[in-house]
Design a binder for this molecule. Structure first.
Ligand code: ATP
Ligand code: MG
Length: 553
């Protein structure tokens, strides 16, 4: 467990499971995470993953990874592989329990036959419009289909022909025979099977009828012996239908428990929208570091432990779960503050010449100020340096309020000497281009008595600095709830990516893909795992040191 992870807090699902075990209603805990492979996983999925795998671990049970691949049209192997990678990266292990809904197609077909034979399912041949009208509304009961009383034999024959590909898409469907007047619309003879002449990413051309999600999901859980089928609230109204199927089929019934899905400010999470961002190239791909996807966050440098601690922190409940993005960013900062090595890098360079210093020294600088065991790196110091432009003011506020450089003012160079600004040089446009400073050579690693130098600034040796590309990422959306905008694309933040360069200390050339550093006083930066080459790192800004958005608002 990492430093920022908090111990498990209580949630209502834990209480249900504990009660089930205590009362003997269940002997073990089997959960599952059931993504549809029609896109990459996002931070909302992480909540579900942490919950399902977390509970299984806590109760000594297991969690299955099951791909709910009942819709051949939108599903692809690329997504399957990406999802597996993301779940594993988050730190969870499904062991041998990797399943696909499509592996159950034969069983589901047999179960459909069983319901037909019991007189509990029928082939309907109304067109889509008739079916829509006859379904009724929330205030009006539906109307029975004229095909509802077909004989078992006729239904079996038609369903067989549907399976054999004798009919075009949409000409018939198989429906459960429940109650067209049920107040719960999901019970008004819901569709079980539809005709779809489409190849499936795993079963190929074998099927031209496919089970509806509602006919598949509960039975998939049942086949796998899932004890607690945890899902988001929108499936609460489907629960009676799932229970009806399980009861009519006389098979094991998992217990469904619903929780509120995660909503995150400044973020969209619908897969349809994320797909649009990718396909219309508003971002550079599913793993663009600005995306709310797990792969995007990984590439940006969010540690898996930070995402886990975020999921723990936000808790699990049944009322709408709106979380501010800053909560996630704080989890990232906390984790990285504890784990990231410190380095010096200058993004807005201003030249400094130390007039009384004309040598090269290799100073020892700690990798982590609170962790001596993390060791030191060598930091070259020389006569000419780069500091950050923002660390000098020609007319600074009084010394009590402003600790950085100004004419005649002193600061400490991080891991090096105290310097004093003796002079500054302007170009013909009046811009400050260089500071002439003197160093107090007695101050390396110590503060002479009585000397009060509050300011510490970062720097790099001009002779030794290396220039590296830096992508300064910010929030992808600049509106709190992009979904509320008329068109969420209008809420895209035009400044979500700024490409620039940094002058960094030479030790950073050895940084490996995915490694994250704190550029002292600047922020956390991660070596992009895709675009970097050996000795040529490209840095992504992972997160700022402080929340800058709270102030803006
Ligand atoms: P879509 O955006 O297409 O409706 P989905 O987000 O429901 O899809 P699935 O692949 O069906 O995508 O999701 C897998 C699991 O993740 C489901 O059990 C779902 O409840 C859960 N999940 C999805 N989004 C969230 C969210 N925002 N918060 C918590 N859990 C979520
Ligand atoms: Mg879904």
């Amino acid at each position: 467990m990492s430093t920022t992870e908090t111990p498990s807090s209580s949630n209502f699902i834990r209480s249900i499971i504990s009660d089930d075990l205590a009362s003997g209603r269940r002997q073990q805990v089997i959960t599952r995470f059931p993504p549809e492979p029609n896109g990459y996983l996002h931070i909302g999925h992480a909540k579900s993953i942490c919950l399902n795998f977390g509970l299984a671990t806590e109760y000594g049970g297991r969690c299955h990874l099951r791909f709910d691949d009942t819709n051949p049209v939108k599903e692809e192997d690329e997504y399957v592989e990406a999802i597996k990678q993301d779940v594993a990266w988050l730190g969870f292990d499904w062991g041998e329990h990797l399943y696909f809904a499509s592996d159950y197609f034969d069983q589901l077909y047999q179960w459909a036959l069983k319901l037909i034979k019991k007189g509990k399912a029928y082939v309907d041949s109304q067109n889509a419009e008739e079916m829509r009208v006859n379904r009724g509304t929330l205030t009006q009961p539906g109307v029975d289909s004229p095909y509802r009383e077909r004989s078992v034999e006729e239904n079996l024959e038609l369903f067989e022909k549907m399976k054999n590909g004798d009919f075009p898409d949409g000409s018939h469907i198989l429906r459960a025979k429940i109650d067209m007047a049920a107040p719960n619309m999901n019970l008004r003879d819901p569709a079980m099977y539809r005709i779809l002449h489409a190849a499936h990413h795993r079963t190929g051309e074998k099927w031209c009828i496919y089970p509806m999600y509602d006919f598949a999901h509960g039975q998939e859980d049942s086949i796998e012996g899932v004890t607690h089928s945890i899902c988001t609230l929108e499936f609460e109204d489907h629960r009676p239908l799932y229970e009806w199927f399980l009861q009519e089929l006389e098979i094991f019934a998992p217990q469904q428990i619903e929780f509120a899905r995660l909503n995150l400010s400044y973020t969209v999470m619908s897969k349809r929208k994320l797909l649009q961002l990718v396909s219309e190239k508003h971002v550079a791909g599913w793993d663009d570091p600005r995306m709310p996807t797990i792969s995007g966050m990984r590439r940006r440098g969010y540690p898996a432990a930070a995402i886990r601690s975020f999921c723990e922190r936000i808790g699990v409940g049944r009322s709408a779960n709106w979380i501010d993005l800053s909560v996630l960013e704080d989890c990232v900062r906390e984790e990285l503050n504890a784990t990231a090595f410190r380095r010096q890098a200058v993004l807005k360079p201003l030249k400094v010449t130390i007039s009384n210093y004309d040598q090269v020294e290799l100073l020892e600088a700690p990798n982590h100020p609170q962790q001596p065991e993390a060791g030191n790196r060598e930091l070259p110091m020389s006569r000419e340096l780069w500091i950050d432009r923002d660390d000098f003011m020609e007319n600074p506020p009084p010394p009590k309020k402003y600790f950085r450089l100004g004419p005649g003012r002193e600061v400490r160079l991080r891991n090096s000497y105290i310097i004093k600004c003796d002079e500054f040089i302007k170009d013909e446009k009046g811009e400050i281009v260089e500071l002439i400073c003197s160093a107090d050579l007695a101050t390396l690693g110590k503060n002479p008595e009585g000397r009060k130098v509050k300011g510490i600034i970062h720097w790099v040796s001009a002779e030794h600095a290396v220039k590296v590309p830096v992508r300064v990422y910010d929030r992808l959306f600049d509106q709190e709830n992009p979904d509320k905008a008329e068109n969420y694309l209008a809420a895209l933040n035009p400044e979500s990516l700024q490409v620039t360069e940094a002058l960094v200390e030479p030790s950073l050339l050895q940084a490996g893909p995915g490694e994250t550093f704190q550029f002292e006083r600047v922020g956390y930066f991660t070596v992009d795992a895709k675009d970097s080459q050996a000795g040529k790192p490209v840095f992504n800004r992972t997160v700022t040191l402080r929340d800058t958005w709270a102030k803006v608002k």
